[in-house]
Each structure stands twice: as structure tokens, then as C-alpha cells.
Design a protein around this ligand. Structure first.
Ligand SMILES: [Zn+2]
Length: 426
């Protein structure tokens, strides 16, 4: 059988685990990267003024959620999303959206959001979903990653219900999902303020990748420290508060580090309010038996709620893996990781472009144990690529061509096949 071989040429190739290559070439051989380096010979497709980068990794999203309706009393600035919103009030609106949405509405949102995810150059994703709802659609899409079923409830009855639903989903799909599957199942205890400690412990016993929202807002710290504050009042109001509730610990890191909770891979969404004294616990080597922990930072969602500055730089300096996520359309305007990276670049231009691109690709792949297959352009890895149009100018650091730009992703390639866009950008 003849092998399928295609050579692409681009103004720049960004391998991520090596420096950018001007006048680069990348050869796809049977769906994998066969060669990467300066172009030699005639390419099959000369893509012109574009960058070839690894497919982006969206390390935190909820595909089933759509944009929130503007509040009736919203000012024009609020309606345009240019506001700082109280996160507890926002939670109320998201819960309303979920409660009023039928399964059909949720599945249509998954389909739409998967399409825009792929068109934005993402080839790896970590999706959190109700009782495995998005699974069927995600495994049929040209992506790899993990689908986390949500566990939620402070009340025992509510917690049992979500845990039974997630268990039923797992027993249905696990026999059909082997180690070579592109998408694996995981579990996501939602957050310390919404999810009883026993659900966190139960999640660990399943030996699956885990994800949780952690150190997300100051109200969470207040609740963990003294069981009081706006979150408690909110939970009481919606009937979700449990007088018997005891936190796993008084600090967010306890939820992924205390006792047997250490014995799992944890992908932490947000992580804004970890205390510097907790940072060391989030380093890869602080996890026993090669269990992994990483923080998925969602820059535009973070900005929406006017939080304290995110400690991503301090975390990275201490060796913590920080990757990027979009979170859902309920808190960010698009599901593009490149848009998130560009937003972060605008707000923090001195963050190195090479580090920013690594956060948007390889670090997320590592967090999902996919770094041997995806996340960088290395010979033998899967040919999962995003092709990004570049501006007509020169830059001393070519990463600025990617991030200091509004030009779109023109094509997405998954396992060597074009899954969005065209080779010639038409
Ligand atoms: Zn989230």
C-alpha cells in the first residue's frame, strides 16, 4: 500500500518544542508528522503568508452552554459584555439557563459549539458536561481529549442523583472505550461550594481524569473558611444549602491534595485565589505516582468578573503547569483559544510569545496526558494543526505575528485531514 504523503509550506512553522522556522515545511505521512523544518523541495501546497501551529488545546469548556440572554435591566455596556459582573449573580443566570434548557437545546448547543471550536483551530478539548451529555457528539467529531461528567450537590440526595447518572453513563461507554480511544471519559466534581466532599472522594475512586472549578472567587474562600458569606446566602435561596455541610478543608488546594484526593489527575479550572503558600502543592512533582495537576486559566472569563489579578506568572515561575481554556459562551464571547491568548497578550504584552503559545498547546496536552501525541509539531506526533493567517509585516519575534493580530484561523487539520477551511485559504 502506498503511503499518503503531503508537504505543506508556510511563511512560519511554530513547532512549540523548538524555535519558529521561517520559510518552513511540514510533511504529513499517514496522518502523522513525517518531517518538520526549513522547506526543501517543492511542496504539495504552498500556504503562503500563514503560520502552521499545533492544533490548540482548550483545557476548559462547557460545550452545552450558550450565551446568556442580556439582563432586562442591563445597560447597553452590560449588554455588549463590556462589564464587570458579580459572579454569584452570574451563577444564578447560568443555573436558570440550564434548568430551562431541554436536552434538545443542550445537544444543539454542543453541535454548534463543536463546529466553532474546530473552525477556531482547536483539536484537543476538555469538555465538562451534564451526565456525559456531549459524549456522543464529541467522539464523532475530529478532536481528541476528555469529556468530564459533572458531579454536583451539597445535599446528599442531589449528590447521589448526579453520581448515579454519571455512573450509568460510564458503565454504558466504558466497555466501548479502550486505551487507544481519541476521547476518554472523566469526572468533574463541580466546585467546593456546590459539591459535597464525599463526591470528590468518590470521583477519585473511579481512576479517571478529574476536573474541578477551584479557587474561583473570594466568596468561595469565605465559605471554606467560616461557612458564611454571599455564596451561602445564594445557596440557601435556591434551596441547595445543606446545614450539615463541612468543607474538605479550609483552603482550595485541600480539594485536590488532601489525603487520597491526591491520587488522581486534576485539571483545575480558574485557580485565581490560590494563596502563594499553596502554589508548591500544584507543582507536577508534588503529585504522587505521576498523578498530574494543572491549572486551566480562562483569561476573558476572568476579566468579566473583575477578579484579582490571576497568578499565572507566579504559578509558572514555581513550575506549575498553566494552560488555557475558554470556559463557556455564558462567560466568554467565543470558544477560540487563540482569541483567549490574544486577549492575554494585549493585557500582558511582556509575557513571552513562546510561553503563551506553549500554554495554548503543549501544556494543555500535558494536562490531558496527550503530550506524546499532540501539543507540538514533532516527527511522529499526530498531524493536528491550526493554520493561522499572518499580517503583512516583519517582527523581530515572529510570535507577535500570531498574537498581535486579529487575522483568523484559515484551516484546521486533524490526523492529517483537513477538517475545517481549505489548503489555499479560499
Ligand atoms: Zn467552567
Amino acid at each position: 500500500m502506498r503511503s499518503k504523503l503531503v508537504t505543506l509550506a508556510a511563511r512560519y512553522v511554530f513547532p512549540v518544542d523548538g524555535p519558529p522556522i521561517e520559510g518552513g515545511g511540514l510533511t504529513i505521512l499517514d496522518g502523522r508528522i513525517g518531517a518538520v523544518g526549513p522547506l526543501t523541495g517543492r511542496p504539495d501546497f504552498d500556504l503562503g503568508n500563514v503560520a502552521i501551529v499545533p492544533g490548540f488545546v482548550n483545557a476548559h469548556t462547557h460545550l452545552e452552554l450558550g450565551p446568556l440572554k442580556p439582563r432586562s435591566e442591563a445597560t447597553p455596556a452590560e449588554a455588549a459584555g463590556e462589564i464587570i459582573e458579580n459572579e454569584v449573580e452570574w451563577l444564578r443566570r447560568v443555573i436558570n439557563q440550564r434548568r430551562s434548557g431541554s436536552e434538545h437545546t443542550l445537544r444543539s448547543a454542543v453541535q454548534r459549539n463543536l463546529a466553532s471550536t474546530i473552525a477556531s483551530g482547536t483539536t484537543v478539548l476538555a469538555d465538562t458536561t451534564t451526565a456525559g451529555l456531549s459524549w456522543k457528539q464529541v467522539i464523532q467529531a475530529p478532536v481528541r481529549g476528555v469529556v468530564f461528567a459533572e458531579l454536583i450537590g451539597l445535599h446528599r440526595a442531589r449528590g447521589l442523583q448526579t453520581s448515579e447518572e454519571a455512573g450509568a453513563w460510564l458503565s454504558k461507554i466504558r466497555p466501548k472505550t479502550d486505551a487507544s480511544a481519541l476521547v476518554r471519559p472523566g469526572l468533574s466534581p463541580h466546585a467546593p461550594y456546590s459539591t459535597a466532599g464525599w463526591l470528590y472522594h468518590k470521583a477519585v475512586q473511579n481512576r479517571l481524569p478529574l476536573s474541578t472549578h477551584l479557587a474561583e472567587m473570594p466568596e468561595e474562600l469565605e465559605l471554606l473558611e467560616n461557612r458564611e458569606g454571599p455564596l451561602r446566602r445564594f445557596l440557601e435561596e435556591i434551596g441547595a444549602w445543606d446545614d450539615e455541610w463541612e468543607p474538605v478543608g479550609s483552603r482550595p488546594a485541600d480539594y485536590v491534595r488532601k489525603g487520597e484526593l491526591r491520587n488522581a489527575d486534576w485539571l483545575i479550572a480558574h485557580g485565581t485565589y490560590f494563596d502563594p503558600s499553596e502554589f508548591w502543592q500544584l507543582r507536577p512533582e508534588a503529585a504522587p505516582h505521576d498523578h498530574r495537576v494543572a491549572v486551566a486559566f480562562c483569561p476573558r472569563t476572568h476579566a468579566r468578573f473583575g477578579h484579582a489579578p490571576h497568578p499565572y506568572r507566579a504559578l509558572l515561575e514555581r513550575g506549575v503547569i498553566v494552560c488555557l481554556g475558554t470556559d463557556s459562551l455564558a462567560s466568554t464571547p467565543s470558544l477560540s483559544v487563540l482569541d483567549e491568548a490574544r486577549f492575554l497578550h494585549r493585557n500582558d504584552p511582556s509575557l513571552g510569545g513562546d510561553l503563551l503559545l506553549t500554554m495554548a498547546t503543549l501544556f494543555g496536552a500535558w494536562a490531558l496526558r496527550l503530550e506524546a501525541t499532540a501539543g507540538s509539531l514533532r516527527v511522529g506526533k499526530s498531524a493536528d494543526l491550526a493554520i493561522v493567517a499572518l499580517p503583512n509585516r516583519e517582527e523581530s519575534d515572529p510570535h507577535a505575528l500570531l498574537f498581535d493580530s486579529e487575522l483568523p484561523v484559515v484551516a484546521t487539520v486533524f490526523r492529517g485531514e483537513l477538517v475545517s477551511g481549505t489548503w489555499d485559504g479560499t
